[in-house]
Design a protein around this ligand. Structure first.
Ligand SMILES: [Zn+2]
Length: 428
C-alpha cells in the first residue's frame, strides 16, 4: 500500500503537480462490521503521516469505511444540498400559489432537484430504509410544490407530474450505467470485471453487477450476462430498458390509483412517465387563473376538506351537513352540482360549458348527466377521446371549470370564516 502511495507521489512529481496533502487521507475500509479493533498501519506522503479519517469526499461522492455508511452519508448529504438550494428557490415563488404554472415548476424540479437528489445513487443502489428516505423526500417536496397536503395519495402525484418513484429512477440510472459497460469493447477492464462478477458471484452477493441482475429480473429484461454480448446500439438498449421499467411502473401506479375513491375522477389511464398530466399542461390565461389551479387539484385528488371530514377533525358545523344549505351531506357531487346555495355562481358558467361542448364538440345535451358534468369539471381529459374534443376546446372549458371551482370555494370559504370566526384553517 505504501508503495502505491509512493508511486502516485513520484508520478505526480514527474508530471509537475503536487498531491494536495489535505485531500490525501486514509480510510480504513471494513467490509464486515467487526468489534475487534485491528492494528492499523500508518501511511506517509512526502514524509508526513497521512491523517486517518472515517469519511472523505471524492468526486462529489462521500467515501466512508463501509458500504452501508457510504449510502447513509450520501443520502443525507444529497438531501442537505437540496434543502439549501430549494428553499432559496421556494422564496422566489417556486411553488404552486405564486403565479408559476405547474408545468414550469415540475420542469424546474427535474432540472435542479432530481440530479442532486439522485447523485451517485446508481452506484450505491440504496435499499429499503435508505431508499425510503429519498422516496419520502421526493414525495413531500412534490406535494409542497403543488400546494397539496401531505395526505394526498401518492399515485396521484406520480400521475399528475409524470415523475416516477425514486426507486424507478435509480433503476433506470443503474441500467444506463450497465449499458455503458455493455457497449464497451470486449477487452475493457469494466467489461471483464462484469463478466467475472456475473459469473462467480451468487445472487445474494452485494456486488453491483448482481444488483443489476436483480433489477433486470424484476423488469423482465432478460439475462445480464447476455446483454454483455448483445449486438445492439446503445440507444436501442436504453430504450429497451426504459420501456421495461416504465411498463412496470405504469401498471403499478394506475392500479394503485384505482384503489383510492378520492381519485375516481382523475384520468389515470393517460399516465406516461416523463410527461406531465394534460390537465396541468393547459396554459394559464392569467396570473389569477393560475391561483385557481391548487384548489382544483385538491378537489381532483380528494384532499379538499369537505364538511364530513371537517366535522371529524375540528368538530365544527353540524355533523356532515353542507354548510351552505344545511340539509344534505356535503360531498364533492353536492358541492359542484347539487347544492342550491351555489346556483347563482354555477348556472351561468355551467351554461357556458354546455354551449361550448354541444356547439363545438360532439356532445349532445342529453349526454351531460350529473356524473358526466362532474367529470368535465374535474378532469375533462377522461372523456376527450370518446367525444373527440379538440385541445383548444379543452383549454376553454378548463378555464371555465377552474373559475367555477374557485368561485364556489371562495364563497364557501367566506361562510366557513363566518361560522367559526377563526383564521379559516379548515378551508384548506
Ligand atoms: Zn348544500
Amino acid at each position: 500500500m505504501q508503495v502505491q502511495i509512493n508511486m502516485a507521489n513520484t508520478f505526480a512529481g514527474m508530471e509537475g503537480y503536487k498531491l494536495q496533502p489535505k485531500k490525501s487521507v486514509a480510510i480504513n475500509i471494513k467490509p464486515k462490521p467487526t468489534k475487534k479493533e485491528t492494528l492499523l498501519e500508518e501511511y506517509t506522503l512526502n514524509e508526513a503521516i497521512m491523517p486517518r479519517v472515517d469519511s472523505a469526499m471524492h468526486l462529489g461522492i462521500i467515501r466512508t469505511n463501509s458500504m452501508k455508511q457510504n449510502i447513509i452519508a450520501n443520502i443525507e448529504e444529497n438531501i442537505k444540498k437540496i434543502r439549501r438550494s430549494a428553499y432559496a428557490l421556494l422564496g422566489s415563488g417556486f411553488h404552486g400559489e405564486n403565479g408559476l404554472d405547474m408545468e414550469t415548476i415540475i420542469h424546474l424540479f427535474k432540472i435542479y432537484i432530481l440530479p442532486v437528489l439522485l447523485y451517485g445513487m446508481d452506484l450505491l443502489t440504496p435499499q429499503s430504509l435508505d431508499l425510503e428516505k429519498l422516496e419520502k423526500f421526493q414525495k413531500k417536496m412534490l406535494k409542497q410544490l403543488m400546494s397539496l397536503p401531505t395526505n394526498t395519495p401518492d399515485p396521484a402525484i406520480n400521475i399528475l407530474t409524470g415523475i416516477l418513484p425514486v426507486e424507478a429512477q435509480i433503476h433506470l440510472k443503474v441500467m444506463t450505467l450497465f449499458i455503458n459497460v455493455c457497449t464497451q469493447p470486449n477487452e475493457s477492464l469494466e467489461k471483464q470485471l462484469a463478466r467475472r462478477q456475473l459469473c462467480i458471484k451468487s445472487m445474494n452477493s452485494n456486488s453491483w453487477f448482481i444488483q443489476v441482475k436483480t433489477i433486470m429480473l424484476k423488469y423482465d429484461l432478460g439475462n445480464a450476462s447476455e446483454w454483455l454480448d448483445i449486438q445492439m446500439k446503445k440507444d436501442e438498449l436504453l430504450n429497451k430498458a426504459k420501456k421495461g421499467i416504465n411498463a412496470y411502473w405504469i401498471e403499478r401506479t394506475t392500479s394503485l390509483a384505482k384503489l383510492y375513491t378520492g381519485l375516481r375522477y382523475l384520468n389515470s389511464d393517460i399516465f406516461m412517465p416523463g410527461k406531465i398530466h394534460p390537465i396541468l399542461r393547459i396554459k394559464h390565461q392569467s396570473p389569477r387563473d393560475s391561483k385557481r389551479v391548487p384548489t382544483k387539484i385538491k378537489l381532483l385528488t380528494g384532499t379538499y376538506i369537505l364538511q364530513p371530514l371537517r366535522y371529524k377533525i375540528y368538530k365544527e358545523g353540524t355533523e356532515d351537513h353542507c354548510i351552505a344549505c344545511e340539509c344534505k351531506e356535503e360531498t364533492l357531487e353536492h358541492l359542484l352540482i347539487e347544492c342550491e346555495a351555489w346556483n347563482y355562481l354555477r348556472d351561468p358558467i355551467l351554461q357556458t360549458i354546455k354551449n361550448l361542448l354541444t356547439t363545438n364538440g360532439n356532445v349532445r345535451v342529453e349526454d351531460l348527466t350529473c356524473e358526466m358534468t362532474i367529470q368535465v369539471l374535474m378532469d375533462i381529459t377522461k372523456i376527450q377521446k370518446i367525444y373527440r374534443i379538440t385541445s383548444d376546446l379543452i383549454s376553454q372549458i378548463e378555464f371555465q371549470s377552474r373559475r367555477l371551482v374557485f368561485l364556489i370555494h371562495n364563497a364557501r370559504y367566506q361562510l366557513v370564516i363566518k361560522t367559526t370566526g377563526d383564521d379559516g384553517r379548515t378551508a384548506m
